[in-house]
Ligand binder design. Sequence first.
Ligand code: ADP
Length: 231
Amino acid sequence: MTGDPLLSGVDLVKSFGQTKALDGARLDLRAGEVVAVMGPSGSGKSTLLHCLAGIIRPDGGTVRYDGRDLSSMSDTARSALRRSDFGFVFQFGQLVVELTCLENVALPLRLGGVRRREAERRARDWLDRLEVGDVARHRPSEISGGQGQRVAVARALVTRPRVIFADEPTGALDSLNGERVMTSLVDAAQQTGAAILLVTHEARVAAYSDREVVVRDGRSRQVDVVPAGQL
Ligand code: ADP
């Protein structure tokens, strides 16, 4: 693929006390691309995702998104950017337990100032697209883990983000539900043109990506993916 990356991290360094979580990691993500970040537990994958998403500030290196340097932005400006341009799916959906699934999906729009009726109309549309429209009025405790993750995907997509950050999105699911969630996530991102940065330690989840990057001891390297037909 050619063209400037939409999001790029260069020479990223981040320590937590004595632990060097990132030690010169780099990663490029182009518009619409799905990149899987792989590597053993504790290698720095989540820290890399958090730095690229502007959730934590690296000690060194730069993160650029759409021509802007995230490290030099104020916390308020980075939060606003996260709300407008990024979507998030984590291992456990992190749905708000007091709200219905519909209200959960509408929440990012409501926080962005969209009126309730309109927010809920768009939320319902995404729940339907992800085939979980039937749980709209349920609370998260009343649905299955797989349904919860599809609701979380709907919530990540409802604002039409340009980048979706997914950290072990299928980590708590069995393989069948994991596949359904991954298919939904990748299809939905394709429909909207969103790029996905996917952290996973599972090869079958990484198989949904266009490209894989392996992180080891806080350093990253690009892996050449063998097309499935040639395996
Ligand atoms: P991975 O996602 O590959 O499992 P992480 O990025 O979560 O790896 O962690 C990398 C290293 O940084 C690990 O040694 C982890 O214990 C440490 N670490 C991550 N976050 C924190 C934190 N908030 N406080 C202290 N240590 C942390």
